[in-house]
Design a protein around this ligand. Structure first.
Ligand SMILES: Cc1cc2nc3c(=O)[nH]c(=O)nc-3n(C[C@H](O)[C@H](O)[C@H](O)COP(=O)(O)OP(=O)(O)OC[C@H]3O[C@@H](n4cnc5c(N)ncnc54)[C@H](O)[C@@H]3O)c2cc1C
Length: 443
């Protein structure tokens, strides 16, 4: 039987796992072409963080999360049991091409501590640690395997145009191949099926296609809140159990949930982000001991379902929290905003109360205030010794609507979206989505 020609855009975690599943099951490698704007694992440089073989996963922290509530959506499409089975396949692949598979270990989280329980859930989940130092070797072994199986790779080739509607019934892709020294060569290919796995580095291209083809999208929630900061000592009891702790609260009947997000400790800094001309806040930690400030910061992110035009709503709320072109800071004990890791003051205007939060979020502001109140009960020394930078916001990019059975676009059944280009936010989910698509093609 003649097999379809499959073109995969993006040699990232999702694309590579898809190709592997296909050839493992006898799909002819010479019917698969993987196009990537980055380089093969033999040529890729450490500073090329987002592009090349295994994509952003190739130079990542190598932590494979192993729970369906982390790293984006998978169980939504295929159910819990299938999601875990797909995760296992991804982890098996990383072990299979690992020079020392016996060193891949799963960290074993402890049960939620009693002192948290009355007020918060604490999200603890297993993580497989591949080891950052081994990712490069894994990449080479994995790449060699696919090349041996006959898979074609087009490196340094950026796809800039895709025609899903070609009158001849195939998909047409165009772009350019980088020949080095600024020389570019026009590139064109066709395929019967397309797996689109361009990751974060290709997010704009994904948006462009969504607009060009007027693709239906999933309704998205609002994600907005504040960046909370306090001396680390108040949280030490919890940090000892879970360094990057994730507290959460759910109000399902109201369509609202809150979680602490991206916790930084030891040398923890708040950073102003500029998005769409406004200032919002985020945090990061430094590894170097000379930066130690014994502070903790984390986002308190509130997810609100069912808001009409969530993007516009969030933009409006963010605007209301700006004064003189920067965001706002409030502390009940008159703490002063911290310094950045470069020693400058974090850009913000100090306010005397939480009124701006309520101006921006209306009654939703109460959820954040209550979250903080409950933290003062769980962490008794905290009291008023904290401050909040307002706002922290995540603008969720539109996610194309796909057939849950195989992740193909509802409008074009031979085009599959996978990985961070769909709804993933991590290695395990991205790889599993690629595998899921390959399984459907094999059927
Ligand atoms: C520094 C860093 C550390 C991380 N650490 C972790 C971690 O420890 N654990 C975890 O779970 N996740 C981590 N992540 C996130 C994880 O790497 C991604 O979620 C995952 O790699 C997404 O897989 P993907 O296949 O969707 O995209 P990617 O792996 O990003 O691959 C996309 C590929 O598409 C290519 N591409 C994009 N646009 C085009 C185009 N137009 N034409 C041709 N090629 C194109 C890119 O070159 C890239 O190779 C990290 C990310 C970064 C940046």
């Amino acid at each position: 039987m003649v097999k379809d020609k499959i073109v995969i855009v993006g040699a990232g975690v999702a694309g590579v796992n898809a190709a592997t599943k296909l050839v493992d099951n006898g799909y002819p490698g010479d019917k698969i072409t993987i196009i990537d704007m980055g380089k093969s694992p033999y040529e890729r440089k450490p500073e090329e963080v987002m592009t090349g073989f295994l994509g952003a996963g190739g130079w990542s922290d190598g932590k494979l999360t192993y729970h369906t509530s982390i790293g984006g959506h998978l169980s939504k499409y295929c159910g819990e049991d299938k999601a875990m089975e797909l995760f296992d396949q991804v982890i098996t692949n990383f072990k299979r091409f690992h020079p020392k598979p016996e060193e891949v270990q799963c960290s074993d989280p402890q049960a939620e501590p009693d002192f948290i329980k009355p007020y918060f859930g604490l999200r603890l989940f297993p993580v497989w640690h591949v080891g950052t130092d081994y990712l490069h070797e894994i990449g080479k072994n994995w790449y060699d395997y696919l090349v041996d199986k006959g898979v074609n790779f087009e490196w340094k080739t950026k796809v800039t145009y895709i025609d899903f509607n070609n009158p001849h019934g195939y998909i047409l892709l165009e772009g350019f191949k980088n020949r080095g020294g600024g020389e570019k060569e026009h590139y064109m290919t066709t395929g019967d099926k397309l797996i689109f796995g361009v990751g974060k580095s290709g997010i704009d291209f994904g948006k462009q296609l969504a607009e060009q083809y007027n693709l239906a999208t999933e309704p998205k929630p609002v994600q907005i809140g504040v960046r909370f900061e306090a001396p680390q000592k108040h949280f030490q009891k919890l940090i000892d159990i879970s360094y990057d702790f994730k507290l959460y609260k759910k109000f399902e009947d109201k369509g609202v949930s809150l979680r602490s997000f991206c916790t930084n400790n030891n040398a923890a800094y708040v950073a102003a982000e500029h998005t769409y001309g406004d200032v919002s806040y985020n945090g990061h930690a430094k590894k170097d001991e000379t930066y130690r400030n014994d502070m903790t910061n984390f986002g308190i992110l509130m997810e609100i379902q069912g808001i009409d035009k969530p993007f516009d709503w969030s933009r409006e709320a963010v605007k209301k929290l700006q004064i003189n072109g920067v965001g706002t800071y409030y502390s009940p004990s008159d703490r002063t905003p911290s310094k950045t890791s470069e020693g400058d003051s974090v850009k913000c205007v100090k306010v005397d109360n939480t009124e701006p939060l309520f101006d921006a979020l209306g009654e939703y502001g109460n959820y954040i205030v209550d979250f903080i109140k409950d933290m003062t009960k769980v962490f008794p020394t905290l009291g008023d010794d904290w401050g909040i930078y307002m706002p922290e916001v995540k603008y969720l990019s539109p996610e194309p609507l796909v057939d849950y059975q195989n992740l193909s676009l509802t409008k074009y059944s031979n085009v599959y979206f996978v990985g961070d280009a769909l709804s993933a936010r991590g290695i395990t989910v991205s790889g599993a989505q690629g595998t899921y698509v390959a399984e459907s093609i094999l059927k």
